[in-house]
Design a protein around this ligand. Structure first.
Ligand code: ATP
Ligand code: MG
Length: 572
């Protein structure tokens, strides 16, 4: 590629609209441009990186035996009604009506479509297992699109769906994908961690996320370096702590707390530690009210509570319902005298003489005790883990890290096949539902994550596998015929050797060329300059290193080709 025949509209200054470094650098490097909120064009350079990630993904999926197809983005509502998701997939689903008034949507994911296809096309256990994948544009009307193509409303995803005859087969398919994801993300040059995750609205029995480690990541993950336990914050289990407070039960007492509502306010007003407070949160679990109790310094994990009930939905009750159930405004709820189901976090079991709301405006209760003053229906793990907690597996210290979710694998089981009546005939002649798995990778997000993880003050430092070009040939003096001639010669030799190379043939100052090469993050730079050329030498520099190296003109292109190979080998 020739710079002058290509299109790389770089910016010198940081664009003000960007909050994170990858977004800034993708705009500055001329990789993406925003059309409207959460909707982007991939300019040629950005598209090159996208294609490189796609190629790695495709290569590894094919190698794992998955089969590529391409499904439509347009999906009829009927399929979503069959699976039951039309009603509870929220506003992220971009719904519309066609000219005949029929409901449809733009696919945020493709469980329904693939299940419908397999239901029609696959009838016998002999055709199983099978894993279909596609690389396609997805639509999600995200509530908060941000960070450029990291979280946008239209994005490219690789999604795969496995179909097996039984649990054992499905587990095998899942394990193959797990391994394949490790290979893919290694080839992308990521420092990443695989963590246990909740299955969310896609449903199913278990799942793992692949997190690229980066301080700016939106996700928090919990890791134990001793035993290797790793989970995202939503999922991280808290071990049951049997910490019993050894003190006599004091008489329960109602105290005035005028307009004192939050944990911080109550704690400082009554001069007690938040650890002596119990928060009572009125939740609607599939619209049924439940009181969830957690210690003052802990946070309720609604997903754990939802899972405890095997429910589809959960939300905090609004003012009106809280008033109706507790007889008091929000901020004064407590378990004493409540007529609804009470679920308490394990950490409350051993507490004595604690403070709760009194279910009366401007009143709290002190010296409340379980058993004597109220009963708990269920004790369970319903809170978020904290840095003070220990590893739920081995009891050692845990670390909190931040990550960017680039991939997600789910074991779906028979959720969709049962709902949509997708069955096959098994060995014994019986009709059985397919056992499914699904596996996603955010292609664009991978590019952004790579930049987030690897950059410096001058720009992007791409791993060679996803860089827009592997090598840039940079003639310094465009008015020197020898320089231009040598640069052209090297450029053509590298092209012939199959190297993805660009020559910066612009009639620009050297500084401008160096800055742009650094900004767009080409891993290998070959500089052709008048001075070195006199000694039959060229300058070789890796974007990831400070030092330059002078190499003999006679050993080009071999040295450069070897460097390219070396960089790829380091990603194996
Ligand atoms: P998140 O928790 O980040 O919203 P998700 O759990 O909704 O993601 P999945 O349904 O698991 O996402 O989608 C598979 C992959 O697609 C994700 O791992 C992520 O890499 C990518 N992805 C999801 N949503 C977006 C988005 N809005 N923009 C870009 N990539 C996305
Ligand atoms: Mg996810």
């Amino acid at each position: 590629m020739r710079y002058t025949k290509y299109f790389i509209p770089t910016y010198k200054e940081d664009p003000s609209e960007a909050e994170v470094i990858s977004h800034k650098l993708m705009l500055r490097a001329g990789m993406i441009r925003k059309i409207t909120t959460g909707i982007y064009t991939y300019l040629p350079l950005g598209l090159r990186c996208i294609r490189k990630v796609e190629n790695i993904v495709r290569d590894e999926m094919n190698r794992a035996g998955a089969i590529e197809l391409l499904m439509p983005a347009f999906q009829p509502a009927e399929l979503w009604k069959e699976s039951g998701r039309w009603d509870y997939y929220g506003k992220e689903l971009l719904r519309f009506k066609d000219r005949y008034g029929r409901d449809a949507c733009l696919g945020p994911t493709h469980e329904e479509v693939i299940t419908a296809i397999v239901r029609n096309e696959i009838h016998s256990y002999k055709q199983l297992p099978v894993n279909f994948y596609q690389i396609q544009t997805k639509f999600r009307d995200e509530i908060r699109p941000r960070f450029g193509i990291m979280r946008c409303r239209e994005f490219i995803m690789k999604d795969a769906y496995s179909f097996d005859a039984d649990e054992e087969g499905a587990n095998k398919s899942y394990e193959i994908m797990k391994e394949t994801y490790h290979r893919i993300f290694k080839r992308c040059g990521f420092r990443f961690s695989m963590v246990e995750a909740d299955t969310g609205t896609i449903g199913g029995s278990y799942s793992h996320e692949f997190m690229v480690l980066a301080d700016t990541g939106e996700d928090q993950i919990v890791v134990c370096e001793k035993c290797g336990y790793a989970a995202n914050l939503e999922k991280a289990e808290v071990s049951e702590i049997a910490e019993f407070q050894d003190e006599p039960e004091l008489p329960m007492q109602e105290v005035d707390t005028p307009d004192i509502k939050s944990i911080e306010e109550v704690s400082s007003f009554l001069n007690v530690s938040p650890k002596k407070l119990v928060k009572t949160l009125i939740c609607l679990v599939d619209e049924k009210p439940v009181a969830a109790l957690v210690r003052g310094d802990h946070e309720l994990n609604e997903i754990k509570l939802r899972n405890l009930f095997g429910a589809e939905q959960i939300r905090l009750a609004d003012e009106e319902i809280v008033q109706e159930i507790t007889g008091a405004p929000v901020g004064f709820a407590g378990p004493v005298g409540l007529k609804i189901k009470i679920v308490a976090d394990h950490s409350i079991k051993g507490m004595k003489n604690f403070v709760t709301g009194a279910n009366k405006k401007d009143k709290h209760l002190i010296n409340v005790n379980i058993g004597r003053d109220f009963q708990v229906d269920t004790f369970a793990d319903i809170r978020f883990i904290t840095p003070q907690d220990r590893c739920p597996r081995c009891g050692n210290d845990i670390l909190f890290k931040r990550g960017i979710e680039v991939g997600h694998i789910f074991k779906l089981g028979t959720k969709y096949s049962k709902a949509m009546n997708a069955t096959f005939t098994d060995k014994d002649g019986k009709e059985k539902p397919f056992v499914m798995g699904c596996y996603g990778i955010g292609i664009g997000r991978c590019v952004a994550a790579a930049i987030e993880q690897s950059h410096d003050e001058n720009g992007i430092i791409f791993p060679i596998s996803i860089a827009p070009f592997e090598v840039i040939v940079l003639p310094v003096q465009m008015n020197d015929a020898d320089v231009v001639k040598e640069a052209e010669k090297i450029y053509h030799k590298l092209l012939e050797a199959g190297i993805d190379v660009i020559i910066d043939d612009r009639d620009e100052r050297a500084g401008v060329k160096f800055n742009d090469a650094d900004l767009i993050g080409i891993p290998i730079r070959v500089t052709v300059g008048k001075k070195a050329l006199k000694e039959q030498k060229l300058e070789l520099k890796l974007r990831s290193e400070k030092e330059k190296e002078l190499i003999p003109l006679s050993s080009v292109p071999e040295i450069v080709i070897n460097k390219v190979k070396e960089l790829y080998d380091s990603l194996k």
